[in-house]
Design a protein around this ligand. Structure first.
Ligand SMILES: Nc1ncnc2c1ncn2[C@@H]1O[C@H](COP(=O)(O)OP(=O)(O)OP(=O)(O)O)[C@@H](O)[C@H]1O
Ligand SMILES: [Mg+2]
Length: 233
């Protein structure tokens, strides 16, 4: 569904990504893992057309989207839930959700809001509350819900576990498994290797802007290198 081929990218003269490649097949949860600053957000920000790569290609649904504008990519159903949530604090929960359907999904707003509330009953209870007054975990739910409002074919979560308690992370990741069961393809960017590998089918570990290790989640969990470097075992 998504192929990144030999991506080279950076900001101004500073290179960040070197020949990065990955594939996501329909119905998979694929994790992109790595420590602070290795280029995970840079990778997905380039995939969604926020920046242009210096070299390499991005294919979605078999079509080359490397030079496409961000809103056209949203129109195709490739949706990013950005790091740090970026909700509108002075709008209500429901208004934030409605804005999620701005570029795509506008015909089914009512049904899709109900669907988001089924995934997140807490948001329904608080539908009139200003988003800026939600707890951190609730804001993350809202950011995910807003992404779902655009009827994604594939959704990319950038560090959804950031700042959440282990229990909330577990709940959030369980939801991702449910979304996958309901037909969504997911790319999960995370520093949290242990919990990500529990729900992912496959994973890519980036180091210093390069592909380092990749394989099935089980292969990575069994790998001595991964266990030593990332899982402290
Ligand atoms: N808009 C930008 N302009 C200039 N440099 C940037 C920009 N965004 C990121 N960088 C730099 O690119 C490098 C990779 O950053 P990136 O945000 O992709 O890392 P990350 O893997 O997502 O890290 P984290 O896990 O901390 O979010 C960093 O050195 C960062 O300072
Ligand atoms: Mg990041």
């Amino acid at each position: 569904m998504l192929s990144v081929v030999g991506l080279e990218a950076g900001y101004a003269m500073l290179p960040v990504l070197f020949n990065v490649s990955l594939n996501v097949f329909p119905g998979e949860i694929v994790a992109v893992l790595g420590s602070n600053g290795v280029g995970k957000s840079t990778l997905i920000n380039h995939v969604v057309g926020m920046y242009r790569p210096n070299a390499g290609r991005v294919l979605f649904d078999g079509e080359d989207i490397t030079q496409e504008k961000a809103d056209a990519i949203v129109g195709r159903g490739l949706i990013q839930v950005p790091e740090g949530r970026r909700i509108f604090p002075n709008l209500s929960v429901q208004e934030n959700l409605t804005l999620g359907a701005y570029r795509r999904g506008g015909k089914n707003i009512v049904a899709n809001i109900e669907r988001v509330y089924r995934y997140f009953p807490k948001l329904k209870l608080r539908h009139e509350q200003l988003a800026g007054t939600l707890s951190g975990g609730e804001q993350q739910m809202l950011a995910i819900g807003r992404g779902l409002m655009s009827e994604p074919k594939m959704i990319m979560f950038d560090e959804p576990s950031l700042g959440l308690s282990p229990l909330l992370v577990a709940e959030m990741f369980e939801l991702f498994s449910r979304l996958r069961k309901d037909g969504l393809t997911i790319l999960l960017v995370e520093q949290n290797l242990a919990q990500s590998l529990e729900i992912a089918d496959r994973a890519y570990v980036l180091e210093n802007g390069r592909n380092a290790i990749s394989g099935t989640a089980k292969e990575l969990l069994d790998s001595a290198d991964v266990r030593k470097a990332y899982l402290g075992m």
